[in-house]
Design a protein around this ligand. Sequence first.
Ligand SMILES: C[S@@+](CC[C@H](N)C(=O)[O-])C[C@H]1O[C@@H](n2cnc3c(N)ncnc32)[C@H](O)[C@@H]1O
Length: 207
Amino acid sequence: MSVLFFKRFLQRPLQIASITPSSRALVKRVASKIDFDRARVIAEYGPGEGVHSRELTRRMRPDAQLLLFELDGALSRDLARQFSHDRRVHVINANAAAISDELRRRRIAQCDYIISGIPFSILERGKKRHLLRQTHDALAPGGAFIIYQVTNELRQHATDFATAESEYFLQNIPPMFVTVFGKDGMRNGSNGVHAHVHAGAVSSNAR
Ligand SMILES: C[S@@+](CC[C@H](N)C(=O)[O-])C[C@H]1O[C@@H](n2cnc3c(N)ncnc32)[C@H](O)[C@@H]1O
């Protein structure tokens, strides 16, 4: 699967932005930021060949859902094949900026967590801000947006979020900043994450 990832990098170096998938240590570190007991809806931007997605599905509740937004067609097809047996996973071959439309279409109100590996730093400022706004809107109160990036420049743009906690993680080539942006708010009397799926309305749309 890394061979496919490398081939896609050669085709679209700016979009893929890395020659190898995240290290096992980075995958575990990112997953450690998630409370899987409570997470019902998780979205992942730029899953690539699925190194984080596989860990997420290993830890997710049986009734949770994972929405994978991958821009690359070949990687999306590979993800759909990998997760064809797992009804919790939905592969969406689209720009992550389509998250609001996708949630509406699937009648999911909001996500508990959004994980991102897309190269935000190369996005033009307007697109970056638009995607951040979409992401903030797509999160439930008390939800979190978790990114891993070579630079930490997104912090200066992510002003809608109530909190931001970063660490510099060395056990990856290249080392990455892992940042958790928290969305403020309380709902139903507690301040944790919440499920916001309208009953019985979600269907698979793997392509
Ligand atoms: C650096 S790779 C990360 C892959 C994987 N998450 C990992 O950790 O190894 C970035 C991925 O994001 C995808 N991507 C880039 N921009 C995107 C966007 N706007 N929406 C969805 N996916 C995007 C690329 O196609 C690529 O698969």
